[in-house]
Design a protein around this ligand. Structure first.
Ligand code: GAL
Length: 416
């Protein structure tokens, strides 16, 4: 090749790297667990992508199962087998960093952040969660809140109770409701939703700083306060339905909407489900409060998408990430999803009353990260913690569960 042609080729290659210009008739495979009831927000983004890049065929690959329990296993097989999707859903924080970044499987997106001006529009705390080893490793599409208690306002009124503000109050309300014939004042679903509840009980017991100390290793799981948190969690579980293990989070939410149970602790994807799927109005069809003991604390998690090394359709994937991070993309996705935009400049007039209240809390609350949804603990901890919860729910042995959790934390390198 002549020197000038080499230069030209290099320039084109460089342009592709920076702009990620898509080829004429490209393909894009994205991978997530947002299927069925969880699908509409993602589908709105895919629609926008297709409008912008009509010649690209989008394969919206999903593996259903709340919190990604099934999808993460399939992703692992694909990543390790050398056939990564072009872009995949991953939680900001340890789920991303402790897994795919340490294994050197992701592309650094720092230059994309720079060229899109994202360092200025995403909150520094969120960027920190996506950063390690001098790079930024994924693009956040939202911020979800995990510590929310959902209820049916008309039913609470009929039962003559209000949303409890502490776990002690919750247990009293639980007895009141049982006396009124409500068999299961609390509804929970399959294992991960119980871990989700555990997280809210623990933060309500330890407070936000105490929770952070657990993940920095400053507080051990064997600490009496943590043991107390397990004991409270056990009592709270005594207020729950007995068919939990067979229930998805959506089915648990249904029992709030139809008034079978009074309370459910779930992330605010439940708001997306209530409004987008069930067409319910905030404050009418469903109500909400911070989970007991966590008023003033926002337990956050962020869904993000990254670019794995070896992605077949890299340019198309970069365009996907650009859309995800854009104001237009975030304001199309989040009003349907129940989350708020990760960007600080989103147009709140597009969001409902619930989301606006979450956006206000996001600004004024103390922010801590969720364990169950990948922010604060490595995947090695999170994926094994479910067995501890199962065992605890069966035995109610708080000391034993706390000791087992500490062993797991040590093995996962927490606090080291
Ligand atoms: C979370 C995820 C949410 C929602 C939820 C239920 O882990 O961050 O976006 O999908 O699981 O599946």
């Amino acid at each position: 090749m002549k020197r000038s042609s080499v230069k030209k080729a290099l320039l084109i290659a460089a342009a592709l790297t920076v702009t990620g210009t898509a080829s004429a008739a490209g393909k894009l495979e994205i991978f997530s667990w947002w299927s069925g009831d969880e699908g509409p927000a993602l589908e709105a983004l895919v629609k926008l992508y297709k409008q912008k890049y009509p010649s690209v065929t989008v394969d919206n690959a999903t593996v259903s199962g709340g919190a990604g329990t099934n999808a993460k296993a399939v992703l692992k097989t694909r990543m390790l087998g050398g056939t990564p999707p072009d872009s995949f859903q991953v939680h900001a924080g340890q789920e991303l960093i402790g897994t795919w970044v340490v294994a050197n499987r992701m592309e650094d997106l720092s230059s994309l952040f720079k060229s899109e001006g994202w360092n200025k529009v995403f909150p520094q705390d969120v960027i920190t969660l996506l950063s390690a080893k001098g790079g930024i490793w994924s693009v956040p599409v939202n911020v979800h809140r995990s510590n929310v208690m959902w209820y049916n306002p008309a039913k609470l009124k009929a039962w003559g109770v209000t949303a409890p503000k502490t776990w002690a109050e919750f247990l009293t309300t639980c007895n009141t409701l049982k006396a009124k014939g409500v068999a299961a004042p609390l509804v929970v679903g399959e294992n991960w939703t119980q871990q989700h509840l555990w997280e809210s009980v623990m933060i309500g017991t330890l407070g936000p700083q105490g929770w952070q100390n657990l993940w920095s290793g400053k507080t051990k799981f064997t600490d009496p306060k943590v043991v107390q948190g397990f004991t409270t969690f056990g009592k709270v579980m005594d207020c729950a339905n007995k068919d939990a293990s067979g229930l998805s989070w959506q089915q648990a939410s249904d029992r709030i909407a139809d008034g079978t149970s009074a309370f459910n602790i779930m992330g605010d994807w439940a708001a997306g489900y209530f409004t987008t799927t069930k067409k319910l109005q905030p404050n009418a069809g469903f109500g909400w409060a911070a989970s007991p003991g966590t008023n003033g604390t926002f337990v956050m998690l962020a869904d993000s998408f990254g670019l794995p090394k070896g992605a077949k359709d890299r340019a198309e994937s970069l365009n996907w990430l650009r859309l995800l991070g854009s104001k237009q993309g975030q304001d199309a996705f989040n009003p349907l999803k129940g989350s708020i935009a990760a960007r600080t400049d989103s147009d709140l007039s597009k969001y409902n009353t619930y989301s606006r209240s979450a956006a206000a809390d996001w600004k004024r609350n103390k922010i801590v990260g969720s364990m169950v949804h990948g922010a604060v603990a490595p995947e090695s901890f999170t994926s094994a913690f479910g067995a501890i919860i199962d065992q605890f729910v069966a035995s109610k042995n708080a000391q034993g569960a706390a000791a087992a959790a500490q062993q797991l934390a040590t093995r996962a390198g927490i606090g080291q």
